[in-house]
Write a protein that binds this ligand. Structure first.
Ligand SMILES: Nc1ncnc2c1ncn2[C@@H]1O[C@H](COP(=O)(O)OP(=O)(O)O)[C@@H](O)[C@H]1O
Ligand SMILES: [Mg+2]
Length: 285
């Protein structure tokens, strides 16, 4: 059974300069699910994320953890931040220690855990993102992709229930993006709830259980990626379609049905497999 872990109910937020960044924004993240948040630049994704771990407080409306309104007291915020880990878009705004290991240790050390547990958590987190080998390197010598991984490790070492990543794929090459998807899959497999802001429709279509499309600080559409990303108004808003879905749709228009047990391909590799198995069937007398 899926149950709501975090939700926004009619949240509005205005920055001190008067910009209305969220406007009656309502959405629900279910425990253990993968959510992709899409939307043009300025749609409010980052502002919404900053609400999820209490960095920003709504000007109106409220957030719920499970069914309980967030507690913005010092101790309430401490609890919230141990549950919800936020990975910022720019790794340089998150990393501040000299070495990789030091940086990843910082969060768990502040939880008041024993040195032994901190060490275990740090090694585990570095392993999860494939950075064990670089543990003693100075942070400033790392590549952009490595820095991003260290940021994720820093959040994982806190063992949060929800990991929120703001455009984690931006600035990564194709191989790194694939590795990254594998990291996300491992976290999901371990039972974490994952929320990712992305401009990559193909990734959202193939990876997410839920797609949320934001526009002007509100939610334009929300549901399964197959439903949401094939909506006309969503495609107009995002200016793109998930390629795999569009190819499957175009093929179905000329009578080629790629469905396997009712499921359409969700990734490039599934698409290629479906096409070649279809071709084989066609050629079998
Ligand atoms: N610190 C800030 N002060 C004032 N306005 C901001 C600030 N950060 C973002 N905004 C504005 O809030 C709106 C939503 O921005 P943002 O949440 O960053 O959207 P996204 O992440 O979808 O690109 C935009 O109009 C943006 O210019
Ligand atoms: Mg943003």
């Amino acid at each position: 059974m899926t149950a709501a872990i975090l939700s926004l109910a009619d949240v509005s937020y205005r920055y001190p300069d008067g910009t209305q960044a969220l406007n009656n924004c309502s959405l629900t993240i279910n425990r253990g699910t993968r959510t992709a948040v899409l939307g043009a630049n300025g749609a409010g994704k980052t502002t919404m994320f900053l609400h999820l771990n209490g960095i920003l407080h709504p000007s109106a409306g409220h957030l719920l953890w499970e069914a309980t309104p967030l507690d913005y007291s010092r101790s309430g915020l401490r609890t919230l931040r141990s549950r919800v880990g936020l990975v910022f878009q720019n790794p340089d705004s998150q990393l501040f220690s000299a070495s990789v290991r030091e940086d990843v240790s910082f969060g768990p050390m502040n939880l008041g855990l024993t040195d032994k547990i901190v060490r275990e958590r740090v090694e585990e987190a570095l392993h999860a993102v494939g950075m064990t080998e670089s543990a003693d390197k100075p942070v400033h010598n790392l590549s952009y992709g490595q820095k991003k991984r260290v940021c994720i490790a820093g959040v994982l070492a806190m063992q949060p229930e929800v990991v929120v990543l703001d455009e984690p794929m931006a600035g990564l090459d194709a191989t790194m993006q694939e590795e990254f998807t594998a990291v996300l899959e491992r976290l999901h497999g371990a039972g974490m709830t994952i929320v990712v802001a992305t401009h990559d429709l193909d990734f959202a279509y193939g990876w997410a259980d839920q797609a949320i499309v934001m526009r002007s600080g509100g939610v334009l559409a929300c549901g399964s990626p197959a439903e949401v990303l094939m909506q006309r108004d969503v495609q107009d808003e995002l200016g793109a379609v998930p390629l795999v879905a569009e190819i499957s749709r175009q093929l179905s228009l000329i009578g080629i049905d790629l469905r396997d047990n009712g499921y359409l391909p969700r990734s490039k590799s599934e698409l290629l497999k479906a096409i070649s198995s279809h071709t084989r069937q066609e050629n079998t007398p």
